[in-house]
Write a protein that binds this ligand. Structure first.
Ligand SMILES: O=C(O)CCC(=O)N[C@@H](CCC(=O)O)C(=O)O
Ligand code: ZN
Length: 335
């Protein structure tokens, strides 16, 4: 296999490849763009105008998505997968991947959309670099832009696989993209209702890509991901890469939609989250439930009918989101 197909090995070893560009037997050009970054370009005659950004390892301990991208790259490098799409593969936080940690000093997925400018350190520089790589990749006009940022979650979940769809003022969420996610095995989508500082928020808001954070199961170390079933997603990604996706009826096939009722923000070290440590994502909370408390008698009490909690995490830094309260959403708000 071509050396550049081994992007994960190179990244884990912290090595640069000797050759920065290689051609597969099939005429596909692979180009190393920097640590954890590789562009794949089909021969011109086969290019179908799709630009696909696939990122994983924004959180270094979320290994199932990294293994998935590694398999796709191996298949391309061996000539077994024949891209018609142009693809950018990114491993988000190489040092955190090497150490098997979510992050080293700062969560990279809270440093986009300008946040890295207000910060310093290796992870702020990496977020800036990821923005630059994505912006360059998505700078070619008249091509279709799609970004999937793949994650696994800290805790178990009542809904195992789901997507988060960013928000931009005046832009409608696409029913067609939701149908595609449903076909890729996602069981639910959370429609964001305000701008954010994650990687997909950046590519959606600034680069006009359709962009989704995909949650695929529970985070585990390399080699221990047997319980994370990415078969349907992997099949769909291969179809997008090869341009062989079946034409979609726009059915959402039981896909559950949610919207954000409130983000729970941790303001101080006095923040207390009133939930069991092993609570699963999408657990329901009754109206009247005292969810969290913070300084200055701040109290977060559930008011919404049908509310559920995702990503509860009292250990985040002050000023960051310590959980999201969500409620069922109406498919009529889709484009
Ligand atoms: O399990 C958790 O608490 C976090 C899992 C995770 O990393 N989720 C992403 C979601 C990004 C988004 O809001 O689009 C994150 O928190 O960065
Ligand atoms: Zn993550």
């Amino acid at each position: 296999m071509l050396a550049l197909g081994k992007l994960l090995e190179l990244t884990l070893a912290g090595r640069e490849p000797a050759e920065k560009t290689q051609l597969t037997v099939d005429g596909v050009r692979m180009r190393w763009l920097g640590e954890g970054a590789l562009e794949v370009r089909p021969p011109e005659a086969r290019d179908n105008g799709q630009d696909l950004l696939l990122s994983a390892g924004i959180h270094g301990n979320e290994t199932a998505p990294i293994e998935l991208l590694d398999r796709l790259l191996h298949d391309i490098a061996r000539g077994d997968l024949k891209p018609r799409a142009r693809i950018l593969f990114l491993f988000g936080n190489p040092e955190a991947i090497r150490r098997g940690e979510r992050y080293i000093e700062q969560d990279v997925n809270r440093l986009f959309n300008g946040r890295h400018d207000q910060s310093s350190g290796a992870e702020a520089l990496r977020a800036c670099e990821l923005e630059r790589l994505a912006a360059t990749f998505f700078s070619v006009p008249e091509r279709t832009r799609l970004h999937y940022d793949l994650h696994t979650a800290i805790r178990g979940s009542k809904i195992e696989q789901f997507a988060l769809y960013p928000y931009k003022e005046g832009r409608q969420h696409s029913r067609r993209e939701l149908a595609r996610l449903s076909a890729a095995g996602m069981e639910a989508v959370l429609l964001q209702s305000k701008v954010s500082i994650t990687f997909t928020a950046y590519t959606y808001e600034q680069l006009e890509a359709e962009a989704f954070t995909l949650e695929l199961g529970k985070a585990r170390p390399f080699g221990e991901n047997g319980q994370v079933n990415v078969e349907r997603l992997e099949t769909r990604l291969k179809q997008i890469i090869e341009g062989t996706e079946p034409e979609e009826p726009q059915a959402l096939d039981g896909l559950q939609l949610f919207s954000v009722a409130r983000e729970i923000i941790k303001h101080s070290e006095h923040f207390r989250l009133n939930l069991p440590a092993d609570i699963e994502n999408f657990s329901e909370l009754e109206p009247g439930y005292l969810l969290a408390e913070d300084i200055a008698d701040t109290r977060w009490i559930v008011e919404e009918q049908g509310a559920r909690i995702i990503f509860p995490n009292p250990k985040v830094k002050n000023g960051l989101r310590a959980g999201i309260l969500i409620v069922p959403a109406n498919p009529e708000q889709l484009g």
